[in-house]
Design a protein around this ligand. Structure first.
Ligand SMILES: [Zn+2]
Length: 107
């Protein structure tokens, strides 16, 4: 049997909480999801060599603002497309990968 989300919500702390059909409840930091975005662009970025030591990264206003999820759309029965408040929305998170991220919390 494939485990499916039975409930999606954003907690008061701004974390994503997913209740699963097997009664497991997991919470996710939005930043963790964004950093693990499975789209090709983000995978490429993560595998790129680290920036030179003296670079000064300048955050755009979107990057500096707290990251939020603006929408989550089911993709078939196996994944969710997550839209982030920084405008990034090409990541398709499989249910399998979501079960491996975040942390289990008591319901
Ligand atoms: Zn991405």
């Amino acid at each position: 049997m494939v485990v499916q989300p039975s409930e999606l919500e954003i907690t008061a702390e701004g974390r994503l909480r997913i209740s699963w059909s097997d009664d497991q409840v997991r919470e996710y930091a939005i930043r963790e999801l964004r950093d693990n975005c499975p789209c090709a662009t983000c995978r490429e970025k993560r595998s790129a060599p680290p920036a030179p030591a003296l670079s000064l990264p300048v955050l755009t206003p979107q990057e500096a603002a707290p990251l939020r999820i603006t929408a989550m759309d089911p993709v078939g029965h196996y994944a969710y497309g997550i839209h982030f408040s920084d405008g990034h929305d090409t990541g398709i998170f499989t249910l399998e990968s979501l079960r491996e991220m975040g942390e289990e919390v008591s319901p």
